[in-house]
Design a protein around this ligand. Sequence first.
Ligand SMILES: O=C(CO)[C@H](O)[C@H](O)COP(=O)(O)O
Length: 300
Amino acid sequence: MKIGLVGLGKMGLNLAQNMMDHDHEVVGFDLNQDFVDQAASFGAEAATSLEDLLSKLPSPKIVWLMLPAGKPTESTIATLTDTLAKGDYIVDGGNSFWKNSVEDAEKAEAKGINFFDCGTSGGQSGARSNGNFMIGGTSLESFNAALKPVFEGIAQKDGYLYTGAAGSGHYLKMVHNGIEYGMMEAIGEGFDVLEHSQFDYDNEAVARLWNAGSVVRSWLMELAEEAFAKDAKLDEIRGTMHSSGEGKWTLQESLDQQVPTPVIALSLMMRYRSMEDDTFTGKVVSALRNGFGGHAVDKA
Ligand SMILES: O=C(CO)[C@H](O)[C@H](O)COP(=O)(O)O
């Protein structure tokens, strides 16, 4: 297969190499010329623009996006929907909001373009090899015809699934990331309790121990082991926990469906709380305690 890959950042560049490792040709484009040059140095064909990339693809054209969710992805899909022809393929491999994918697919499919929304998991190393992919889209037939052979190579065994109608791939990735929020928060909290205990635990040794056959062994625990190996008390980093939106979307969806998801909800709240050094909530509560009970307040 010859695939046009748009977006050659951390994930896209690794995915390009993964595809080429499995005998696919890649034409790469990114607004950042350095990324294009890097992809070319690995053997990808460099494109100077989206139009140039399309001109280098045989029909049916397969255009695979690895762009930040939101405007960069949506505007590129709109351009592709205007430009591509019946039978061509769009694969959105970013972390797009699933409702956008449903709408994007409707517009693309109205023109006979196949649209697939592909949640990509496994981080940068998974993109590079043995990845994990959750793929919704136009039909199983069109998936099997052009994309299945690609996923057979770039995914690990059992590491890809056609999940049904367009939107279902990114919906599944959204929930995956909600789970990810909860798992990471639990791991973080567990180590926080250890840090505050009367005992002197070696965090790296604990993570290594738990990775050796315990119930909580996991890739996340392995990443914790690696992080503690580099910086035993993580003194070099702040505890601000950024978020890209998928946890929020999972919570919004669970509220819409009236499904109780307290772990995911609180994990998201903890991320938001971590972005503030102090809180206005805290100031108000402190003032109220002082007001009704004369309790001490800490001065700013
Ligand atoms: O999809 C991912 C992992 O599965 C991305 O790394 C994503 O950015 C993680 O979400 P967040 O940035 O909100 O922590």
